[in-house]
Design a protein. Structure first.
Lengths: 272, 235
């Protein structure tokens, strides 16, 4: 009896995984902002209906997404850290990188605006002002695209935030949403991509303080994982999803997506 | 506190409306954690029984290790399983990463030590009462283990429930090996983590309430089995 149950349960497990393998499906290693903002819920049904290809999204920070893709645990990479993406392709992990869409980063802060940066558009000046005033700043601290961008902005501002680590500079080591929750909980300024901010539901008394600097530009790119490096990838299906995202139809679908009447991502694929 | 009230309402609405997505997530949570509990019992109970009735050099150290493994951090288990199941890992050819099977494997590794360590304690206490009788009946080791497990079955149900509780409540392991993929590997805890990161705290809390109710249901079902069995035994 015992053995039979064991046998049946293993058969069920094997059958379930075999069933899974039969479907035409791909895994996208993605940054969190595109998933948390609901963009995939808008795009995937359209693509899946047209092609029958099932798209499974694993949403993690850009750093982790790239590592997972390097380990061949994804068929397509959709992230936002151009230098890291180009290095990924150069190392032979990806076939090619293409600009997909953009939006921008903003710095959000509490109603009181202790550092007095509200309304500023010079992000470097705003950051040094936050540091000088000793106001709290919550950083991702997780090697994500947003974190990399934030570090480059600190460098440009001439402030080394690591000297204030654990004091005014708080590295949460978590995703964007978790960092916003933590930052808002402690009254800290937070740099976030606009898409995550607009769709974030726990804003409390927080508002956008700094926006509009060219340096806050946030470019997303798409890279199919190379079948030469990873023979297990579903290269054909991954390429057709990439092609669709970059096509006129895909680009229009990206531009159409809005939360509370605000467009979150602006398509900018090169015209083919 | 406003969140609490809102969350309770939301939880009620979610359950009463029979939300299809929610049902799918609940079903997968139960499937994964119950399978893991079942497999962990298959591994942990014989192991616990064997250690309970055996005397060998270094036994003390084995007990310490078994007990310490009860504190395995889920994230570490997830990471180890990920590294093995990853396409670039030794078991990558199986293609199991980001499937419910991977989640069952991770949770089994997480809770098998709990089942082994707790059942060892239960069975050892019982064995100290039974040892002489076993000797007089000339029972072999295997038969003694079977007799002990059978006689302790109600206490061992609680051990299984402790394992199930740990499995169904953890998020660290399943989010790494499952990937929290919608309609494929999303379970209650990863859905709660996702809604929290979206700032949808009330919805996250509502899902938490639903999870608690499910755990309550499973425990009540086991309690029911135990009570009806006990009634039969004394008729």
């Amino acid at each position: 009896m015992f053995q039979r149950t064991l046998c049946v349960s293993f058969a069920a497990i094997v059958a379930a995984s075999a069933l899974h393998a039969q479907e035409q499906s791909i895994i996208v290693q993605s940054t969190t902002s595109t998933a948390n903002s609901g963009l995939y819920d808008h795009l995937l049904p359209i693509f899946e209906e047209e092609t029958g290809i099932e798209v499974n999204v694993v949403a993690v920070g850009t750093g982790q997404a790239i590592t997972n893709a390097e380990n061949c645990d994804g068929d397509l990479l959709l992230v936002h850290a151009k230098p890291a993406e180009e290095a990924f392709v150069e190392a032979g992990y990806g076939t090619s990188r293409t600009d997909l869409m953009y939006n921008d980063f903003v710095i959000v802060g509490p109603d009181g605006d202790q550092a007095g940066v509200g309304g500023m558009s010079d992000v470097e000046a705003a950051l040094s002002q936050i540091a000088e005033s000793g106001s709290l700043f919550a950083s991702r601290g997780d090697d994500s695209g947003t974190h990399k961008k934030e570090l480059s902005l600190w460098e440009a501002s001439g402030v080394d935030p690591s000297t204030g680590s654990g004091e005014w500079y708080r590295e949460t080591g978590s995703g964007m949403g978790a960092t916003l929750n933590a930052g808002i909980g402690m009254g800290a300024y937070v740099m976030t991509d606009r898409a995550t901010w607009i769709s974030f539901e726990n804003k409390q008394d927080y508002e956008i303080a700094v926006e509009g600097d060219e340096d806050l530009f946030n470019q997303y790119g798409v890279i199919p994982v190379s079948p030469d490096h990873c023979p297990s990838v579903n290269a054909e299906a991954a390429q057709s999803f990439a092609d669709w995202l970059l096509s006129e139809e895909g680009q229009t679908a990206i531009g159409d997506y809005a939360v509370n009447g605000q467009q979150l991502f602006f398509p900018n694929a090169p015209e083919s | 506190m406003q969140n609490m009230t809102e969350a309770t309402w939301l939880a009620l609405q979610l359950v009463l409306s029979g939300d299809a997505d929610l049902l799918e997530i609940v079903a997968l949570s139960l499937q994964v954690s119950l399978s893991a509990t079942f497999l962990a019992c298959l591994i942990g109970l014989p192991l616990g029984a064997l250690v309970a009735i055996s005397r060998f050099p270094g036994r003390g150290a084995v007990l310490v290790v078994m007990n310490a493994l009860m504190g395995l951090p889920p994230v570490v288990v997830g990471l180890i399983v990920y590294l093995h199941l990853s396409r670039s890992g030794p078991l990558g050819f199986l293609g199991l990463l980001y499937t419910p099977t991977a989640m069952i494997i991770a949770q089994t590794i997480l809770i098998a030590p709990i089942v082994a360590a707790l059942s060892r304690q239960v069975l050892e206490d019982m064995h100290s009462e039974y040892a002489e009788q076993f000797r007089s009946l000339c029972l072999g080791r295997w038969q003694a283990m079977q007799a002990l497990i059978w006689d302790a079955r109600y206490a061992l149900l609680t051990v299984g429930l402790a394992g199930f509780g740990r499995a169904v409540a953890e998020v660290g392991a399943v989010i790494i090996v499952g990937g929290n993929i919608d309609h494929l590997t999303r379970v209650m805890t990863t859905a709660i983590a996702l809604e929290t990161s979206k700032g949808a705290l009330s919805l996250a809390l509502a899902l938490g309430i639903v999870l608690l109710v499910i755990a309550l249901g499973v425990n009540a079902a086991v309690q029911g089995v135990r009570m009806s069995a006990a009634r039969h035994a004394y008729v």
